[in-house]
Design a binder for this molecule. Structure first.
Ligand code: GLC
Length: 819
């Protein structure tokens, strides 16, 4: 047996017994009302409505970050305001960075210095003392600090030297590549204050995904535009994919001096902790040319005791300097309206599908933050890179509250499918590596979209293929499934080719013969879902075809992929197993266990064995590790995954995606309490109550792609890639549609709750086909069951399917769990 990261079963602090549940919620709410604090996170707390997370420690153990975005820009804002911002205008190929070195993967390598933008320095002109509104990088003692991360905005408030500062950063809805900043300063002392304010931003102008022209620095300049009261920085190479290479920082208050080059502002041998401009007290009006391009803008103000003053600034990108005027005109003087628009669009998002359970934190995540994160993914996917499977899953993620976005994603993805049925791995930039799974994801997203909306006309819409020709949506899907059906190996399992969901298994099928157990299970599940559609449409031929294919692949999996106590992961090109007790490394992978449950290919005996094996070999306090044991060194048979550091990414982290799949599998298998246990382990903000709980350092409002695994050299359980995770798409659906069980189906709304047995009561407000269902679920006997007595508007319903609403309306639903 491998050395495994098994730990004792957690006893989550929040588990409450039946009769206490409601009271517990009330007292939790009361506690929050009293103190305004989540009692358990040492670095901050949610506000009363759960719509903001208030970070109270400027030096959190890892960055507590937020994402702000619209259709042209996305900005990463950490608790001190620093971070990065990328933009992509229209259908242009390249993404560029306006501030900071932007990919999370990169800034771990380049370090924090590269994120120092959105800085505000305040200098007392009497004493010469200076500090940052942000806290960093000067780190002068602050009398108070807080950062409120909200949906699409962050507000940092700090008091230093009796000057209170509030910096609000947000990205307005729409498609202008701008960030809007408002700095408000208040004099909290009894004397008049003469202050200089310096805003600082570094421009990167890097093409994100490869394109770059000869040189970089030699094409850069920056200057002050009197006409626009702006520091304007430009990169003007002879070759470029588009013109948006002008960055600017402008304000409604006069910029009294500027610097366009870092050396002039900071000084060659100084740092941002002690910039020469701050030491001497003024910017030097030096334009930039072929150097580190910045915008430093100085404002001078006087504040009487108690007086406040506000400066509004725009950081943005344009085609040319001339366009800055239009953006100034559009936004200066109207920040309030733009902010109100943002707030109301987010409030509308949050209003969809509100749940109220005994677990306040469950509600905060599902009602607010999971929606926000999956919306981000459905717009910007992987930092602006559109991977096929990733964006298609995010389309699934938003289906319950933004189905029009799901539809748009489906159509866009279908444009990137080959007529053979395979699809691109990614577009913008194009990645043609033949991952077998890409097009399969279309099925799950399409079926859930049809169930949610009833928009069957989509099936007949004609969409071009990537390599020419066109076909209806239904034919596209048929092609995808036929491709998989006809690309199987000697064990009757689907060929993996360059990889599947686990895109780091790059060598297993390099020669074209390797087979994937996970893909076969996902294919099986796709067949079942397609069969449901065929049944709904009374299409007997298709129904039989799909069911026949399901049985064939189910049998192949059970015959050839069962390892004795769990399912293997693959056969390589030479027919050798991967993810088997016969291997030295990676004897077990979680994803082929989870999908054995989801696709219901495993019988009850195998389910039991799988669960025992997973608990024994993979379970940690924070959920299941992806595999065990980790690869210590390169294995040419397996590929990229084996070169990763142990405990990093696919090589043995605790992956959120695979854990939420396991939760779904457990719910389907009727293990509701076990499902909830895994949920509390994997989700941030649920604490074990154990000393040294690593989650205390994690962001409680943002699910991450994974936690570093138990084998990581120095940072076990650190969150890796907060916000950037396909798991949020599944969390939204699994929790709402499967755990709370308010599930859209072709024939109506299924009420199939699989709640933990200690929840005595919970409510769900579910929007479905233009109506709102007010659902109350009761479990007076504390059962782990899916059997219910159901009433619709007071009248008993036979079974658990509410028929399609005849007309849009408000419906009351009561469900009582029974033995
Ligand atoms: C990353 C990729 C995603 C892949 C996952 C597992 O999150 O973006 O496409 O499925 O890793 O390999």
């Amino acid at each position: 047996m491998p050395t495994t990261p098994t730990t004792a079963k957690a006893q989550p602090a929040d588990i409450r017994r039946n009769s206490e549940a409601r009271t517990a919620r009330e007292s939790a709410t009361a506690l929050r009302a009293d103190t305004g604090r989540n009692p358990t996170c040492p670095h901050g707390h949610f506000n009363q409505e759960g719509m903001e997370f208030v970070v109270t420690n400027p030096k959190t153990p890892r960055p507590y970050d937020n994402f702000l975005w619209n259709d042209a820009i996305f900005s990463n804002v950490q608790q001190t305001g620093v971070g990065y911002c990328d933009y992509q205008v229209g259908g242009n190929e390249a993404i560029q960075l306006l501030t900071g070195v932007g990919r999370i993967c990169d800034f771990d390598v380049f370090g924090r210095d590269h994120l120092m933008s959105r800085l505000f320095y305040i200098r007392d002109r009497e004493s010469g003392e200076f500090w940052n509104v942000n806290g960093e990088p000067v780190w002068r003692k602050m009398d108070s600090f807080e950062c409120r991360h909200g949906l699409g905005y962050s507000i940092i408030t700090s008091v230093t030297n009796d000057v209170e500062a509030s910096l609000r950063i947000f990205v307005p809805p729409g498609s202008d590549p701008v960030e809007l900043w408002t700095l408000t300063l208040t004099n909290r002392s009894a004397r008049s204050r003469r202050l200089s304010v310096f805003g600082y931003n570094q421009f990167q102008f890097k093409f994100k995904w490869g394109f770059d022209s000869y040189g970089d620095m030699i094409f850069r300049s920056s200057l002050f535009s009197k006409e626009h009261n702006a520091v304007v920085a430009t990169k003007h190479p002879h070759r470029r994919p588009h013109d948006h290479l002008t960055g600017f920082l402008t304000a409604d208050a006069p910029i009294v001096a500027f610097d366009g080059t870092r050396d002039a502002f900071v000084g060659l041998y100084n740092t941002l902790q002690n910039p020469e401009a701050l030491i001497r007290g003024y910017c030097s009006n030096t334009p930039g040319s072929a150097d580190a391009t910045i915008a430093a803008a100085q404002f001078d103000i006087v504040l009487q005791p108690g007086e406040s003053k506000e400066i509004n600034l725009i950081l943005g990108a344009t085609d040319s300097e001339a366009d800055i005027g239009a953006l100034r005109k559009k936004y200066l003087g109207c920040f309030g309206e733009a902010f109100a628009d943002l707030r109301s669009s987010k409030a509308e998002m949050v209003r969809n599908n509100q749940v109220c359970t005994p677990d306040v934190h469950f509600d905060e995540l599902l009602n607010v933050w999971i929606k926000q994160a999956t919306s981000f993914g459905a717009t910007w996917c992987r930092w602006g890179w559109n991977g096929y499977r990733d964006i298609v899953q995010h389309g699934y993620g938003v289906v319950t509250f933004a189905p029009q976005r799901t539809r748009a994603i489906l159509i866009e993805a279908l444009h990137h499918q080959f007529s053979s049925g395979l699809a691109l791995r990614g577009w913008n930039p194009v990645d043609e590596k033949p991952y077998s799974d890409s097009a399969l994801w279309l099925v799950f997203t399409l079926i859930s979209y049809l169930k949610e909306t009833g928009d069957f006309a989509l099936l007949d819409e004609v969409v071009p293929f990537y390599d020419g020709g066109s076909a209806t949506v239904r034919q596209h899907i048929d092609q995808a499934l036929d491709f998989l059906e006809h690309n199987k190996g000697t064990h009757g399992l689907n060929l993996i080719k360059y990889g599947d969901w686990n895109d780091s298994l790059t060598a297993v099928g390099r020669e074209g013969r390797g087979e994937s157990v996970w893909l076969s299970e996902a294919y099986a599940e796709a067949m079942r879902q397609m069969a449901e559609l065929a049944q709904h449409q009374n299409d007997k031929a298709r129904l039989e075809n799909y069911l026949g294919r399901y049985e064939k692949i189910r049998d192949a999996i059970n015959q050839s992929a069962w390892d004795g106590e769990w399912f293997m992961r693959c056969y390589d090109d030479h027919g050798e197993p991967v993810g088997s007790h016969r291997n030295q490394q990676a004897q077990i992978f979680i994803e082929s266990q989870a999908w054995a449950l989801i696709s219901e290919v495993a019988d009850e005996d195998r389910i039991e064995r799988i669960l025992n094996s997973c608990d024994e070999m993979l379970l940690t306090d924070l959920g299941y590790s992806l595999l065990s044991p980790t690869f210590p060194e390169q294995d040419d048979r397996i590929g990229r995954i084996s070169c990763m550091e142990p405990g990093i990414a696919e090589n043995g982290t605790i992956y959120s995606h695979t854990n939420v799949w396991m939760i779904l599998g457990l719910l389907k298998a009727g293990r509701t309490d076990k499902a909830y246990d895994i949920l509390q382990r994997i989700m941030p903000g649920f604490y074990s109550g154990k000393e040294g709980d690593p989650k205390l350092d994690c962001l409680p409002y943002a699910i991450s792609n994974c936690y570093f695994g138990p084998d990581h050299r120095n940072n076990r359980f650190q969150q890796e890639f907060t916000w950037i995770t396909g798991s949020v798409a599944w969390f939204n659906n699994v929790l709402l549609q499967h755990l709370l069980g308010a599930r859209a189906e072709f024939g109506g709304l299924r009420i199939d709750p699989r709640i933990p047995s200690h929840w005595q009561e919970c409510t769900v407000q579910r929007k479905y086909r233009g109506s709102t269902y007010h659902i109350t679920i009761r479990n007076p006997q504390g059962l782990q069951t899916s059997k219910i007595d159901l009433k619709l508007d007071g009248r008993p319903v036979v079974g658990n399917l509410l028929p399609l609403p005849q007309k849009p309306g408000q419906y009351t639903v009561e469900a009582v769990l029974v033995p």
